[in-house]
Design a protein around this ligand. Structure first.
Ligand code: PLP
Length: 315
């Protein structure tokens, strides 16, 4: 159980007890997946807890919501305060944050016409998504028989609750067949992404990933990793990637808020870099962890240090 240390939830403007944070079974989101969410990490830094790329996550949260007509009734300033308050209330040094906005209970017409818009934020400490061992030694992946839904069907760039059933099918199949994670191809047959991560390959020193043209969620970890790769002197390219390129790549890795920078050591029995995390991947991983921990001054703008309550001066 991941939630043992979670005692509070921010819901519709107030912090309530975890055990009171329930919603009715008639909620529209439960039946039709009509919600959007974010996954954000807060890291321990010398300046206190700091949320990584909060601005970018809030941009995506509002953008995802607007696609589905979910009008978030809180300003950015209010959501930032809500996140700060929730982290402080738990006294977390680091944690994972899950803002969620959804259509609640009023009617079960598919058109959510009269359903109230609800907003909640959860927080809990979350270990590396693909495991600490996966982070260190790499994960084994399989190309999924399930294709990533095409962005013509629904916008892949929106982080929508309902669309994760596509990922669930893929990861269940992968795990059932003994793999750590699934890699989904898109309708065109090129690589899309993992069930919860973006994918990169490294060939001849060049770091390559794809983008929204390939029906992926435009991950918020993806950009800083591309930036770090450039800053480390690598050539980077953003284009379609084929399975053949992946199988013959020198290295490959996943990026994601939850998965961070996780090496891929095997694809369907084919070992990459002899079955060990590649050196460029591990350099990127080290630099990423330095950035999120506030140890790299040039990337400090990516961090939102959680505001501490102002001490009232006593006279
Ligand atoms: C399908 C999918 N792709 C990519 C990502 C990576 O996105 P981010 O870096 O914003 O966490 C995620 C993360 O949740 C995801 O679920």
């Amino acid at each position: 159980m991941s939630f043992e240390q979670s005692n509070w939830v921010w819901r519709n403007g107030e912090i309530i007890r975890w055990e009171d944070a329930s919603t009715h079974l008639s909620s529209h989101v439960l039946h039709y997946g009509s919600g959007v969410f974010e996954g954000i990490r807060c890291y321990a830094t010398d300046d206190g807890p700091a949320v990584f790329r909060l601005d970018a996550h809030l941009d995506r949260f509002y953008a995802s919501a607007s696609v589905y007509g979910l009008e978030i009734p809180y300003t950015r300033v209010e959501l930032v305060k809500a996140i700060d308050d929730l982290i402080r209330k738990h006294e977390f040094a680091s944690c994972y944050l899950r803002p969620l906005c959804f259509f609640g209970s009023d009617s079960l017409l598919v058109h959510p016409t009269t359903c109230p818009v609800e907003v909640a934020i959860l927080a809990w400490p979350w270990a590396p998504y693909l495991g600490a061992v996966g982070l260190e030694k790499g994960v084994r992946v399989t190309v999924s028989p399930w294709k990533k839904f095409h962005s013509d069907m629904m916008p892949a760039t929106a982080k929508t609750c309902g669309q994760y059933v596509n990922s669930i099918l893929a990861v269940r199949d992968a795990v059932r067949r003994g793999y750590d994670e699934a890699l989904l191809l898109n309708q065109e047959g090129s690589l899309a992404e993992g069930s919860g991560e973006n994918v990169f390959i490294v060939s001849n020193g060049e770091v390559v990933t794809n983008d929204e043209r390939h029906s992926i969620l435009m991950g918020i970890t993806r950009d800083p990793v591309l930036q770090i790769a450039k800053d480390l002197g690598h050539r980077v390219d953003v284009r379609a990637m084929t399975v053949e390129e992946l199988l013959s790549a020198d290295e490959a890795f996943f990026t994601g808020t939850a998965a961070e920078v996780t090496p891929i050591r095997e694809v369907d029995g084919v070992l990459l870099n002899g079955g060990k995390p590649g050196p460029i991947t591990m350099n990127l991983q080290r630099a990423y962890f330095a950035a999120v921990s506030g140890l790299e001054p040039r990337y400090k703008d990516w961090l939102h240090v959680v505001a501490q309550p102002v001490e009232l001066s006593r006279t």
